[in-house]
Structure formats: structure tokens, C-alpha cells
Design a protein around this ligand. Structure first.
Ligand code: ASP
Length: 454
């Protein structure tokens, strides 16, 4: 069985929904269809989720909500009309929306916001189920409540209650035909609607794929495959080949450095259950897309992708004979721990220790306090803070045991006149990381792309 998730752009209007149905019906093993809310129909359009957030905000402020309410209904009415689904489904959505808006003041603000945001996927799943039926296919809408998708944690940032997997697995074993399931939300133990973070329909798809032990989790979006580097930085990457297969490990390393494949949370359930993930294009379903799985055939000396992430800071601490001082590293990290700063990497020299952190944890106005605390606890000769660093990440299982991979990257950067601030290669040898000044980022990514894929 396959679990397929379709993103908002794949469901933005009737013609996109028709494509979705064609894709699902082309393969009888595509049994569970997870849907997002309708997304943007064109550049500059507004996603239904964003319309719902505006509606919720207006209701919370006690303002007249007619305009925002109308904008949401309009989107579904347009889809229903173009698909010839009749008036009834639109009336049901209108009733549902009225019930939700009427909860303002009865729920806390975060609870109300989640109830409103969830309406996008919930009503879209109902529309898509009716659209399958209109084509004469056996299909049903299934709700997270009836199937037992229980969430915990913060509203708007919820996580799955692990007991849900068993309940979901039992619930799905009874269903026949195609099941259309809304992404992005579930219910708390108390029966309140709670949502995952934005983009969370990917998480729902991954959870269901794990719960039913799917053969594959197909994630349909609007790209043919994952590119080996960011096309906004290197546009010509679109003329070359996309990534056919990558391992979970490679995906994790690339995602860490800002690769927009998936966010980590989205894939955890599928990865833990070892379900292969296939990223595919709704607009070009004949393309095989990118397969992400536990292992793959690897050609030695090749890399799968080059990623870059901005916003890093390096705290450089120097002290003569540091290597003889027992407890130096612990005391240094304790300063960060007490300040609630998580660190990313810790490259060291004989008498120097660097700690790389993300800029968001150490804004300029906290710098003074942190330096003072480091001086107090480790009594260094110097402490300096380097800002505006970018981490370049070169990733590929094929790098393992292949000499010259780092040399190739260094040569490419040197030829482009880019100086490296730091190099870090983990013991897995599946990636190495190079820190550079952020102003050199685009040139560096282009140089690395040319060196490894050109
Ligand atoms: N509709 C939600 C959002 O826009 C969730 C999703 O599309 O995955 O964030």
C-alpha cells in the first residue's frame, strides 16, 4: 500500500485536483491520500491557511469577519463549482466554518487559532473525497478524530502521542477503497483540535505511512526531483539531473544545512519505520522523482548534494596551554548551557577552542554578557566572536573512504578566491562542512557545484 500526500499547490484549484485524482487512480495501491489545504493558484495568491489565520485574527479582535469568511468559502465554492460537485458540499463547509468561528471566546486563543487553521485541510479532504465519488470511485473522508491521531504539546506546534500509531493502524485496517485524510492536525486527549507547525501535512503523511507500514510514502509537490543544490543560488542546476536516490542520512545532513527537502520533524516517523520516501511532481507524474531510503547503490567518489546555511557565529576562545587544563571544555560549555544556548560544532586547536552557535541564540545585544561569563569561568587570554558565517555542507555516502574529496572542494574554493574559516568532517565521512564568510556564499556554492557536478 502507498500513502500519498499532496501539498497545497497540488490542490489549489479544480484542474490540480483532477491531476491528483488521475495520479491516485492510476495505481490501485495508492490507498491513503493525505491532503493539504488549497494553496496558491498563482504568484501573489493567498493560501487558504493564511486566509483562515486572517479570519481567526479578525474574530479574536471582535471585528466584522464577513470579508475574511467570504474569502475562505469562495475558494471552496470555486473548486466545487469547477468540479461539478453541487451546492451541498459548499453549504456543509459554510456550516462547519460558522461553527468554528462561533467558538471564539469559548476557547483559549491558541486553541481557537488551531481550530480555525485545521479547517483548511479538513474541508479540503471532504471536497476531494466527494470529487472521487463524483468520478464513481469508492472513496471516503476519514478524520483524525475517528482514526485516533492524538497530539500532545503546544497548540500550533504539537507532536504525536506515540500511542496513536497502534490506534491508527487498527483504524485503517477496516477501510476499503480510497481514504482521503486531512493533513496538519489531530486532537488532544481532551478532544481539542491541535495542529503541527506550518507545513505539517508532511508530518501527517509520514505518520500514516509509518502506522500502516506503507511500501512507500509518496510526497507530491511541484518539483520533478530534489536538486543537488539550491536553484536560487545556481539556476543552471535545473538543466542537470535531479537526485534519483538518497539515503536518510544524506537527507538529514542536507536538511541540516537548509536543504528544503523536508523538515526533520516531517520525516521522523517514516524514517524510524524505514519507509522509503518518494518526492514527486503532481504536474509531471511520469517523472520518477527522488527516492529517499535507508541505503542505496553508491558510486565511490560521488556526492549527492551541496547545501549552505547562513546565520552562524563562531566563538573563539584562546588560552596558552589550554590542552593541559582539565575541565576547560566543560566550563566553557556550561556557560552556554546556563544561558540556554545550544551549540552546533566545536572545532579546536592546540590552544584554542571554537564553539559554533546559531545567530538567533546569540544576537548582538547578548554578546557582551556571554563574553563576560566566559572570561569569568575559563579565564582565557582572548575571546572573540566572528559573525556572518555560512556553513557549506558537501554530502554523499560515496565520499566514504575516497581520497581527495575534501581536496577537490578546497581547490574549487581556492580557485574562486574564497578563504575558509573552518573545516569539519565527522567520523561518518558522509559529509564535510566548511565555514566561509556569508558574503562569499553564492560564489562558493557555485564553485562546489561545478567541481562535483559540472
Ligand atoms: N496548510 C498548512 C500550511 O499552509 C499545512 C500544510 O500545507 O502542510 O502550513
Amino acid at each position: 500500500m502507498k500513502v500519498c500526500k499532496f501539498g497545497g499547490s497540488s490542490l489549489a484549484n479544480a484542474s490540480q485536483i483532477n491531476k491528483v485524482m488521475d495520479i491516485v487512480l492510476a495505481d490501485p495501491t495508492r490507498r491513503i491520500v493525505v491532503v493539504s489545504a488549497p494553496g496558491k493558484r498563482f504568484d501573489g495568491d493567498t493560501k487558504v491557511t493564511d486566509l483562515l489565520i486572517s479570519l481567526a485574527n479578525a474574530a479574536l479582535k471582535g471585528e466584522n469577519t464577513d470579508r475574511e469568511f467570504g474569502a475562505v468559502i469562495e475558494r471552496y465554492a470555486e473548486i466545487a463549482q469547477e468540479l461539478n460537485l453541487g451546492e451541498e458540499i459548499v453549504r456543509k463547509i459554510e456550516m462547519d466554518m460558522m461553527d468554528r468561528v462561533a467558538q471564539v471566546g469559548k476557547l483559549s486563543e491558541p486553541e481557537f487559532m488551531d481550530l480555525m487553521k485545521a479547517a483548511g485541510e479538513d474541508n479540503n479532504a471532504k471536497v476531494v473525497a466527494v470529487a472521487f465519488e463524483a468520478r464513481g470511485k469508492k472513496a471516503r473522508y476519514a478524520s483524525p478524530k475517528e482514526t485516533g491521531l492524538v497530539l500532545t504539546g503546544e497548540f500550533g506546534n504539537a507532536t504525536i502521542d506515540p500511542d496513536s500509531y497502534a490506534t491508527l493502524s487498527r483504524a485503517f485496517s477496516d477501510f476499503e477503497g480510497i481514504v482521503v485524510y486531512p493533513g496538519f492536525f489531530g486532537y488532544t486527549k481532551e478532544g481539542k483540535v491541535a495542529t503541527f507547525p506550518r507545513g505539517g501535512s508532511d508530518i501527517t503523511g509520514s505518520i500514516l505511512a509509518a502506522a500502516v507500514c506503507a511500501d512507500v510514502y509518496e510526497n507530491f509537490t511541484d518539483v520533478d526531483s530534489v536538486y543537488p543544490c539550491d536553484p536560487r543560488i545556481v539556476p543552471e542546476v535545473k538543466n542537470g539531473e535531479g537526485i534519483a536516490t538518497m539515503t536518510y542520512r544524506e537527507m538529514r545532513e542536507l536538511a541540516y544545512a537548509g536543504f528544503g527537502v523536508f523538515n526533520d520533524d516531517a520525516v521522523i516517523p517514516a524514517v524510524r519505520a524505514r519507509i522509503p520516501i518518494n518526492i514527486r511532481n503532481t504536474n509531471r507524474p511520469s517523472e520518477p522523482g527522488t527516492m529517499i531510503q535507508q541505503s542505496r547503490r553508491v558510486i565511490p567518489g560521488t556526492v549527492v548534494g551541496v547545501a549552505s546555511a547562513d546565520g552562524f557565529i563562531n566563538i573563539v576562545v584562546e588560552k596558552y596551554l589550554m590542552n593541559r587544563e582539565i575541565g576547560f571544555g566543560r566550563r566553557l560549555l556550561q556557560v552556554l548551557e546556563e544561558e540556554g544556548i545550544s551549540y552546533e560544532h566545536m572545532p579546536s586547536g592546540v590552544d584554542s577552542q571554537c564553539v559554533v552557535v546559531k545567530e538567533q541564540f546569540l544576537p548582538k545585544d547578548r554578546e557582551h554578557k556571554i563574553i563576560a561569563a566566559i572570561k569569568k569561568h575559563v579565564n582565557p587570554d582572548f575571546v572573540t566572536i566572528e559573525r556572518d558565517l555560512t556553513m557549506l555542507m558537501v554530502v554523499g555516502e560515496g565520499m566514504c573512504y575516497t581520497p581527495g574529496m575534501l581536496a577537490k572542494a578546497c581547490l574549487a574554493l581556492a580557485s574562486a578566491g574564497i578563504s575558509m574559516s573552518m573545516v569539519n568532517q565527522g567520523s561518518s565521512e558522509v559529509s564535510f562542512m566548511i565555514a566561509i564568510r556569508s558574503q562569499d556564499r553564492d560564489a562558493a556554492v557555485s564553485a562546489l557545484y561545478k567541481a562535483f557536478f559540472g
